[in-house]
Write a protein that binds this ligand. Structure first.
Ligand code: NAD
Ligand code: DAO
Ligand code: ZN
Length: 383
C-alpha cells in the first residue's frame, strides 16, 4: 500500500508574505482519495486573493493552487473512477456523477447546476472528508498544513477527493491543459452554459484576462455579431482582437461618461449579453446596466473581495434585464473537462495562446509578481 512521500511544496505561511518553498510530507490517499503527481500548475487570481488575506475562507498555513494537471500516483480504498498512471486534471469544483457505488448528490443530478456538494463542507475547511484531517505536514516540524479548494496544486504531490479528479486523454499536453482546471473553462462555459449566447447576438466583455478572453473566444465561435472588449489597460486590446473582439473600449477614455452609457450608445440600446470578468462590484453594475432593456442578460464571473455587495436600481430588472452568475462556467467538471480536452486536441479551441509565460516551480513568487503587475495571461509552472 502507498506510503508517505516527502516532496517540495510552496507553502503559504501567512497572509501577504512570499510563499516558502519547503519539504512537506504527503500522507497516502485514504478511502475515496487520490494522490496526484502534479506536473504543471498555473496561477490564478483566486490564489493571490487568498494569499492576500482577503478571502474569508482563507486558512494558513496552506498549500494553494487549483489550476493544474498531473498523473495519478496512487489511489485509496474504493476508488474506481481513476487508476495509477492516469493523466488527470484536479477540479476545485467537484462532480460526483458516474462513480461506481457513489450515489450522486442532488446538485449533480440537477440539470441546472454544477455545484456538487459531495465534499464542499470539508474542502471549505481545508481538510479531507474521510477523517476530517489534512494529508500535508511540514517535514521540518510536523506542522499540519491545510488544503486549498480541495486541490492544493502548488506541491509536487497532492491528495484530492476522487470526486475532484477528471481523467483526460494522456496524449494531451499537460503544460497547456492545466488551464482547463479553471479560468479558460470558466470563460467558455459562461458563454455556452450560463448565458447560452447565440449566433448574431451582441456581447460586451469587461476584463481581458484569461477569463475574459475565453468569453470572447467562445462568443466568436457561436457567431456573436459584435464582441465589445472593455479594459482599463489598453495593452490588452491587441490580444483581445486576436481572440475575436470586434471593438475595444477603454473606460478611461470617457472620463465624464459612465461606461454603461457609452456601451448603450454604441449598441443602439445595449448588448444581448454582458460578462464581468474582473471581480469589481462597480463594473458588475455597469455590466448589468449596459444589457439591453427587455432581454439583456449579464453574467458575473469575477470574484469580488469578501464583504463587497452589488447594487443597481431594481427598475433595471423590472424592465427585463437579467443578472446571473457562474462558477466554473457551469461545467459538471469530472464529466465535461475530458470533453474540453478532446475539443482542444481536435484543434477546435485555443489554449496555447493563453500561456504567456512558462517558468520552473521554484520561481513561483516571481510568477505572482507578474500576475500582480498585469503582465501575463497565464504563467504555467513545471514541477
Ligand atoms: P485578470 O486579472 O487576468 O484579468 C482582469 C482584467 O480586468 C485585467 O486585464 C485588468 O486590466 C482588467 N480590469 C481591472 N479593473 C478594471 C476596470 N475597472 N474596468 C475594466 N477592466 C478592468 O483575471 P482573470 O484570471 O481573467 O480572472 C478574472 C476574474 O474571474 C477574477 O476575479 C477571478 O477570481 C474570477 N474567476 C472566477 C471564476 C468563476 O468560476 N466564477 C473562475 C476563474 C476566475
Ligand atoms: O459553495 O458550493 C459552493 C461552491 C463554491 C465554489 C465556487 C467557486 C467560484 C469561483 C471560484 C474562483 C475561481 C477559482
Ligand atoms: Zn455531487
Amino acid at each position: 500500500s502507498p506510503s508517505e512521500i516527502t516532496c517540495k511544496a510552496a507553502l503559504a505561511t501567512a497572509p501577504n508574505v512570499p510563499l516558502e518553498i519547503c519539504d512537506v510530507i504527503v500522507s497516502p490517499p485514504q478511502k475515496g482519495e487520490v494522490r496526484i503527481k502534479i506536473t504543471h500548475t498555473a496561477l490564478c487570481h483566486t490564489d493571490s486573493y487568498t494569499l492576500s488575506g482577503q478571502d474569508p475562507e482563507g486558512l494558513f498555513p496552506a498549500i494553494l493552487g487549483h489550476e493544474a494537471a498531473g498523473i495519478v500516483e496512487s489511489v485509496g480504498e474504493g476508488v474506481t473512477s481513476c487508476k495509477v498512471g492516469d493523466s488527470v486534471i484536479p477540479c476545485y469544483q467537484a462532480c460526483c456523477l458516474n462513480i461506481e457505488n457513489v450515489q450522486p448528490c442532488k446538485f449533480c443530478v440537477h440539470p441546472k447546476t454544477n455545484l456538487c456538494q459531495a465534499v464542499r463542507q470539508w474542502t471549505g475547511c481545508g481538510i479531507m472528508k474521510a477523517d476530517e484531517k489534512t494529508r500535508f505536514r511540514k517535514a521540518s516540524d510536523d506542522t499540519p498544513i491545510f488544503h486549498f479548494m480541495g486541490t492544493s496544486t502548488f506541491s509536487e504531490y497532492t491528495v484530492v477527493h476522487e470526486v475532484a479528479v477528471a481523467v483526460v486523454n494522456p496524449k494531451a499536453p499537460r503544460e497547456k491543459t492545466c488551464l482547463l482546471g479553471c479560468g479558460v473553462s470558466t470563460g467558455w462555459g459562461a458563454v455556452y452554459n450560463t448565458a447560452k449566447v447565440e449566433k448574431g447576438n451582441t456581447v460586451a466583455v469587461f476584463g481581458l484576462g484569461a477569463v475574459g478572453l475565453a468569453v470572447i473566444e467562445a462568443s466568436r465561435e457561436v457567431g456573436a455579431s459584435r464582441i465589445l472588449a472593455i479594459d482599463t489597460n489598453p495593452e490588452k486590446f491587441e490580444v483581445a482582437k486576436k481572440f475575436g473582439a470586434t471593438e475595444c473600449v477603454n473606460p478611461k477614455d470617457f472620463a465624464n461618461e459612465k461606461i454603461q452609457d457609452v456601451i448603450v450608445k454604441m449598441t443602439d440600446g445595449g448588448v444581448d449579453f454582458s460578462f464581468e470578468c474582473i471581480g469589481n462590484v462597480d463594473v458588475m453594475r455597469a455590466a448589468l446596466e449596459c444589457a439591453h432593456k427587455g432581454w439583456g442578460e449579464s453574467v458575473i464571473i469575477g470574484v469580488a473581495a469578501g464583504g463587497k455587495e452589488i447594487a443597481t436600481r431594481p427598475f433595471q430588472l423590472v424592465t427585463g434585464r437579467v443578472w446571473r452568475g457562474t462558477a466554473f462556467g457551469g461545467y459538471k467538471s469530472r464529466v465535461e473537462v475530458p470533453k474540453l480536452v478532446e475539443k482542444y486536441l481536435a484543434g477546435k479551441t485555443m489554449l496555447d495562446e493563453y500561456v504567456t509565460h512558462q517558468m520552473k516551480f521554484e520561481q513561483i513568487n516571481d510568477a505572482f509578481d507578474l500576475l500582480h503587475a498585469g503582465k501575463c495571461l497565464r504563467v504555467v509552472l513545471s514541477m
